[in-house]
Design a protein around this ligand. Structure first.
Ligand SMILES: [Zn+2]
Length: 484
């Protein structure tokens, strides 16, 4: 039997608002002491009334617009009822039948080909409190930290359009990139600001066998999503081939064993008894507000990549590398500073030396001690022949280590390139005198020997010799030696 994999993803992303979704408590819970960002609303005390955080509504609409969703004029919040220790009120305020954003698209590029993944909806809800599980004296117990309760959470639901674990991973990376570009979420998966549940099933290409849909939870990194899905695809295909019964269920990914295990079957599925939230007014969205949000939205990664190719004459690969993270794209454009002639050099420095520095040191761009202005200065120093490319790389490392400007470092360390012919000629002559074998090789037609001699000149000059001038002086001197 030939199977096709069907994958749909649900992503929960925490929004970067100052305050929580329905109260004025700070939403920044990560570094706070437990249970310090709490009030009667997010503690779920009887009689406390929620108030809508419009910043969260706008961030959700901006996300919808970035995914080319339609934004209806009328939306509302609903109660999703269930009981769990981390759910303070016994219900979660969410959105059921009238979400803030309807059908959209996220375009992916897979193996050089464009593939559009449908977005079913984007809606807004509140996060739950956090349970911390402990063991002491052989007993296990759980603690509740209410700081996270009521933090704005956006749910982005895709259509079941993905056909492989690799496509699912590409979708998540593209989605994270967009959320970061428009600045609505850190979308950091390891910190729990970007969580993914996956629905996966199998069907035969002719449609004669359709396997049940299985939901997978507990995946904490892009890699674990890909691994969990790959495991599940194989498990389901084997069961279908062997004629074993597969059930519609929820399974959890067990990272250290690399397997999924059954958590809940359909018989125990929740009935959430949704109904409209009586404590909140419906959301009526006027066109002007939606247009205003659209006009404030940052340029999206694909648009920026295309513009980089067009405006700066970069190739596709360079443009791709420079636009993966918004910070890098911004850094590049400040370096170029409107002068397209500088784009090539700027791209080379950033994707070459800066990326290498980040890789070697494990630092993010923000933590690298080099500014776009300093890269520009370095490009100028090379352009005006003050230093050569090799010295420039040394200077860059020194800028990162000392925080001094490239010009200061060149002056302090005497790294300025020497183009003065009289000074270079003296060195050239001494090198020629010291290496008669190389001179003989050169005169016997081994022209490559001049490379060795230039290297010797560079060595004596601590890399500061102008290589072009050094070469022509060497050629001249060697020619004279032949005739003399
Ligand atoms: Zn509160």
């Amino acid at each position: 039997m030939q199977f096709e994999t069907i994958i749909g993803l649900e992503v929960h992303a925490q929004l970067l608002t100052e305050s929580k979704m329905f109260c004025r408590c700070s939403a920044g819970y990560a570094s706070a002491d437990p249970n310090t960002h709490v009030c009667p609303v997010c503690l779920g005390l009887p009689g406390a009334l929620p108030v809508i955080n419009h910043g969260a509504v706008q961030a959700t609409i901006m996300t919808g617009l970035a995914l080319t969703c339609s934004i209806p004029e009328y939306s509302k919040f609903d109660r999703k009822n269930y009981i769990y220790p981390d759910l303070m009120k016994g219900y979660q305020i969410s959105q059921y039948d009238l979400p803030l954003c309807g059908g959209g698209v996220l375009p992916l590029v897979i193996d050089g080909k464009r593939k559009d993944i449908g977005i079913t909806r984007v809606h807004l809800e509140e996060d739950t409190a956090r349970l911390v599980h402990r063991t002491a004296n052989g007993e296990t117990y759980s603690l509740v930290d209410v700081n996270r309760s009521g933090v704005p959470l956006m749910e982005i639901v895709s259509e079941p359009d993905m056909r492989s674990p690799e496509e699912a991973r590409a979708y998540l990376m593209a989605l994270r990139q967009i959320l970061r570009y428009i600045g609505v979420s850190t979308a950091n998966m390891e910190e729990g600001a970007f969580r993914c549940d996956a629905n996966v099933s199998q069907r035969t290409l002719d449609g004669s066998v359709i396997g049940p849909k299985v939901e997978i939870k507990n995946m904490n990194s892009f890699r674990s999503v890909e691994r969990a899905l790959a495991f599940e695809v194989e498990r389901q295909r084997k069961a279908l081939r062997d004629g074993e019964a597969l059930v519609q269920e929820t399974r959890g990914w067990v990272e250290d064993q690399g397997i999924t295990v059954s958590q809940r079957t359909k018989e125990f599925a929740h009935d959430y008894r949704y109904f409209p939230e009586p404590d909140l007014p419906p959301l009526v969205l006027d066109r002007a507000e939606v247009d205003g949000i659209q006009s404030r939205m940052a340029e999206l990664p694909t648009a920026r990549r295309d513009r980089f190719i067009e405006q700066y004459g970069l190739n596709e690969r360079e443009a791709e590398l420079l636009t993966v993270e918004r910070e890098v794209a911004d850094f590049f454009e400040v370096t170029v500073d409107g002068d397209a002639d500088r784009a090539r050099e700027a791209s080379n420095w950033i994707t070459g030396e800066i990326f290498a520095l980040m890789r070697d040191s494990g630092l993010e761009l923000d933590d690298v001690n080099i500014s776009p202005e300093q890269i520009r200065e370095l490009i100028e120093l090379v352009g005006e022949d003050t230093i050569n490319n090799r010295t420039a790389k040394e200077v860059l490392v020194a800028v990162h280590e000392t925080g001094k400007s490239p010009r200061e470092i060149v002056e302090e360390r005497g790294l300025a390139q020497v183009s003065d012919e009289a000074q270079l000629l003296a060195v050239v002559r001494s090198v020629v005198d010291e290496h008669p074998d190389a001179v003989t090789d050169y005169q016997n037609g081994k022209k490559a020997a001049i490379g060795f001699l230039i290297g010797q000149v560079m060595k004596q000059m601590r890399g500061t010799a102008n290589p072009g001038v050094a070469r022509s002086l060497l050629e001249q001197t060697l020619a004279e030696r032949v005739t003399s």
